[in-house]
Write a protein of this length. Structure first.
Length: 270
């Protein structure tokens, strides 16, 4: 499917060095895909930036889907996080892993945009909650949504709850996605949920969903963080960019079935 004309990758994202997939039959043999993805994983975990970027480029050229490559990144960065916890890497390792991911997105973005569905799907506000500056996962979720026709207002990182609220009231989004990776940032998330619920006085507030916590360490840590977020009154929890996309499509479908659009009448917070 062709992307809608409104969905354009940002300038300098590598469209000029397009990675055209090989013609059918000349690409990677399916049985070799796991091996190649594992090679990429090893390069990322070894923080070999040049090697990893070359491998991403090769994989795209061989017709491997950007979704598979993104999943490989998620796993590899989780592995780096565990190595950081075991003190095998320091913060510099986290920074470099983030840079490898950022550079790779320049190669992946054009393909993601091409695979997107097109058409305007809805308006989503995204941001990383106050105190947290992790942004890679949020950015990927944002690329996915934009590629599939959503208008995304990205508030950036370290966003105070009152800034979220101001934007929500001004823009009346279909949903609000909050990124949270640090356990220490549950308190500002709680303030945000409280502020939104208080302001809307029980009227239909845009649903709040939270993502990113899955990166917050091995299994039980992320499960606990998800549970805590749910207990704070968050409407949905997403595990990855694919779930984010499906959830937003569903929320917009649900909303378009409700008519007329609810007017919140929110004098209290304007
Ligand atoms: C890269 C990284 C950093 C980079 C971030 C660079 C950047 N520009 O984002 C830097 C170096 C800045 C960093 C700093 C720190 N980090 Co750090 N970091 C990581 C690391 C290695 C990878 C995170 C990541 O980007 N993953 C790749 C993305 C693609 O995966 P993802 O986040 O899961 O995203 C997917 C989904 O979760 C979802 N998603 C993600 N976010 C969002 C958001 C929304 C809205 C939606 C809808 C979906 C969504 O979609 C994505 C795609 O599918 C993790 C380890 C790990 N386990 O992953 C630690 C980790 C998150 N960091 C950690 C820590 C402790 C820190 C520091 C405190 C270290 C320090 N001592 O300074 C600081 C905190 C700074 C701050 N105030 O925020 C801990 C957090 C522990 C905890 N439970 O609190 C982790 C888990 C490492 C560890 N195991 O100890 N970090």
């Amino acid at each position: 499917m062709k992307p809608s004309p409104q969905i354009q990758p940002p300038p300098g994202w590598g469209l000029e060095q397009e990675n055209k997939p090989s013609p059918p039959g000349q690409g990677l043999k399916p049985e070799n895909k796991p091996l190649k993805l594992d090679k990429l994983r090893k390069l990322i975990v070894a923080l070999n930036e040049v090697g990893a970027l070359r491998e991403v480029s090769d994989l795209l050229h061989d017709g491997v889907s950007p979704h598979d490559i993104l999943q490989c990144f998620q796993l590899s960065l989780a592995e780096i996080g565990e190595m950081y916890q075991r003190r095998e890497y320091y913060v510099a390792g986290l920074i470099l892993s983030g840079e490898i991911m950022r550079q790779s997105m320049r190669l992946l973005m054009p393909r993601l945009v091409r695979e997107g569905g097109g058409g305007r799907s809805g308006l989503i506000i995204l941001g990383t909650i106050e105190g947290d500056i992790h942004e890679l996962g949020k950015n990927i979720a944002s690329y996915f949504l934009e590629a599939y026709g959503f208008e995304v207002v990205d508030l950036g990182v370290d966003v105070p709850p009152r800034v979220f609220l101001k934007e929500i009231l001004q823009r009346e989004p279909d949903a609000v996605g909050v990124s949270l990776l640090l356990t220490s940032c549950l308190a500002p998330l709680k303030r945000l949920v409280h502020l939104v619920h208080e302001t809307y006085h029980g009227r239909a507030a845009p649903p709040i969903f939270v993502g990113g916590f899955l990166a917050a360490g091995p299994g039980e840590n992320s499960a606990a963080l998800a549970e805590a977020a749910r207990a704070l009154g968050v409407d949905h929890i997403v595990r990855d960019a694919f779930e984010t996309l499906n959830l937003c499509l569903q929320l917009v479908r649900d909303r378009s079935e409700e008519s007329p659009k609810t007017e919140p009448g929110l004098e209290a917070a304007s």
